[in-house]
Write a protein that binds this ligand. Structure first.
Ligand SMILES: [Ca+2]
Ligand SMILES: [Ca+2]
Ligand SMILES: [Ca+2]
Ligand SMILES: [Ca+2]
Ligand SMILES: [Zn+2]
Length: 597
């Protein structure tokens, strides 16, 4: 080991690698292919049959893979549909494979820590967690393996980019056999790229005023598969999930700015997610793992906060602050903080605004507490090397261009140079440009950032830190659902008669209200109900079901809002009645009692 790499390892240990809080020995913190993650999920369900179920929510758009959901909840403590529930998904976007590893690890974390970690145990006993491990398993597989294992022409939504009548016939490939699909650059007087002044390894767009050269052509690594003279001109892009095809704000009023697709939920996989969530009305929380930026994002994506329901905003701030405390990721609104907004332009006219986004649908239409976490960030590396001329009035995620900025990439490259060969990088980072004799392009160079660096962490400690932090926050988050309980039942006899007054006290012991303010605004909130079930031998003049528009959550104060319902009952002593408290989002609680003095 050279002195240099020795120091590099030391630096990593001091600056970035988490302290050893991990009790997850035996877990391999790497990227798992479809076959590998399927085997892990099946293994978990075999090992914990009373706590987990595995099922497919449908075949992916290609028809060759299942979209797995692992449902985690103690089956001995009640039926899943009677418990409050949280939904997690990962990898809606094909290349954001850290998302699919975060969900996979979360399943492992909940099941292996059940019985020893009190908060995990409480979650698994009292609530249900639905984890859709990979929402786009086909796209993720291509990203991880470079292989397309379906027929690109057979998939609905597949495109024919070059209009030759064949869909997806020429995508990128690893032609030098180094296991990475990188970039090809070749000198070309008509090329649209040049090297960056600050670091000749970084390629930047040529400006119109540039006449000096040398200029380059830059394309993805690959060959001309169909012999039409173009390289990689029609990759198998199938539009499985764009995260712009959900119904909320899908089209602006004037129709100029649209979400993805010809109509909302045209995308096969997006539709499966929506159908699944709507089939589980007890889900009150949504978390969708994407990359990158290191940030917890909340709605809206397509609107400023101007008319954001104030109570919901408080809840988002308070709950996501718990996230920041664990993950260090700041909290931001997609529209206000994550989008380049042009002053004086209305939201519908903003060119950068995202329409048809998943969490806008789940929050605005469905009234669910909805978060997208953008995993992994280059910010610590840039911080360490210095921001130089990068505008520093905002966090890196909010700087226009972010990791595509050459100055940001130069800082990242400087960090990689200083840590070259460090074991924690698992060989990832930047691959220096190397000469290559291309079959149709001649002398070219192949190089660039590897696939597990700018947008996904390298396997090993970096990936471990991301997925462990998120799992810890996921438990906190999922425990903030509403959770309704029957607190007390009293029975009072009216004199010596067969008339009785039954009074029930109920409460929502969860953090959140049983509906979000937005759910009530959107008129999708269901009132909570407490019902008395009585046998035929008894009767009541009161309506058997009493409704509360919603029940306030605790927000962790010592103060719990109590709700009461009473009935007058006519029936003999010894009558058996059942009280049922039903809350769509807060679960169901039952109590049986015998009427007597
Ligand atoms: Ca084509
Ligand atoms: Ca390669
Ligand atoms: Ca071609
Ligand atoms: Ca190709
Ligand atoms: Zn994404």
């Amino acid at each position: 080991m050279s002195i240099r790499s020795c120091c590099a390892v030391l630096l990593l240990g001091v600056v970035l690698v988490p302290t050893a809080h991990s009790q997850t020995s035996g877990y391999d913190f790497r990227y798992h292919t479809y076959a590998e993650s399927t085997a892990l999920l099946e293994g978990l369900v075999r090992q914990y049959p009373g706590l987990a179920r595995l099922y497919s929510i449908g075949k992916s758009a290609t028809g060759v893979k299942e979209i797995w959901c692992i449902e985690i909840g103690n089956q001995a403590t009640g039926a899943a549909e009677d418990k409050p529930a949280t939904y997690f998904d990962g990898n809606q976007h094909a290349s954001e494979v850290t998302g699919g590893e975060t969900t996979l690890f979360l399943a492992h974390y909940l099941l292996t820590r059940y019985g020893s970690d009190p908060e995990v145990t409480r979650l698994v006993d009292t609530r249900v967690t639905y984890i859709v491990q990979r929402a786009d398993p086909d796209g993720a597989e291509v990203y991880m393996t470079g292989r397309v294992d379906w027929d690109p022409g057979s998939v609905p939504g597949a495109s024919d980019a070059d209009g030759d009548g064949i869909k997806g016939e020429d995508g990128p490939e690893d032609i030098d056999g180094d296991g990475e699909i990188l970039r090809i650059r070749s000198e070309d007087p008509d090329g649209g790229w040049k090297v960056y002044d600050g670091d000749p390894r970084i390629m930047v767009r040529r400006e119109e005023s540039d006449t000096g050269g040398p200029f380059y052509r830059v394309i993805d690594e690959g060959i001309d598969n169909d012999g039409d003279g173009e390289v990689n001109e029609d990759p198998p892009v199938t539009g499985f999930i764009s995260n712009r095809n959900y119904p909320a704000f899908w089209a602006s009023a004037d129709g100029r700015f649209r979400g993805g697709g010809d109509y909302p939920l045209q995308e096969h996989n997006s539709r499966l997610l929506v159908d699944f969530i709507l089939s589980k009305p007890h889900i009150s929380q949504i978390e969708s793992y994407h990359t990158t930026s290191g940030i917890h994002l909340r709605p809206y994506a397509a609107r400023p906060d101007t008319d954001f329901p104030p109570q919901d905003l408080q809840d988002y701030s308070a709950i996501l602050a718990k996230g920041t405390a664990i993950t260090t990721y700041p909290v931001a609104s997609v529209y206000n903080d994550f989008t380049t907004i042009q002053p004086g332009v209305s939201p519908d006219e903003q060119p950068g605004v995202r329409h048809g986004v998943f969490i806008d649908w789940s929050y605005v239409h469905q009234g669910l507490f909805s978060v997208t976490t953008e995993l992994w960030t280059m910010e610590p590396f840039v911080n360490e090397m210095g921001w130089g001329d990068i505008p520093r009035d905002k966090p890196l995620f909010a700087v226009p261009g972010r990791y595509n900025r050459p100055d940001a990439q130069a800082a990242v490259l400087a960090w990689l140079d200083a840590h070259r060969g460090a074991a924690e990088l698992s060989g990832q980072g930047f691959s220096d440009w190397k000469p290559f004799d291309h079959p149709t392009l001649g002398d070219v160079e192949i190089g660039g950032f590897t696939r597990y660096w700018l947008r996904n962490p390298p396997a090993g400690p970096f990936l471990q830190k991301v997925v462990e932090d998120q799992a810890r926050f996921a438990v906190v988050q999922a425990l903030t659902t509403p959770s309704v309980k029957i607190r007390d039942v009293t029975v009072q006899r009216d004199g010596n008669s067969d008339r009785w007054d039954v009074t029930v006290t109920v409460a929502n012991e969860g953090y959140l209200d049983t509906s979000m303010e937005q759910a009530r605004r959107a008129n999708v909130a269901k009132p909570d109900q407490v019902t008395i079930e009585i046998p035929a031998a008894a009767a009541t003049e009161s309506p058997r079901t009493v409704e509360f528009p919603f029940m306030r959550g605790t927000r962790e104060s010592s103060y719990v809002s109590l709700y009461r319902a009473s009935w007058n009952l006519v029936g003999p002593e010894g009558t058996r009645v059942t009280i049922v408290l039903r809350s769509e989002k807060g679960g169901t609680d039952r109590r049986q009692l015998t009427i007597n003095d």
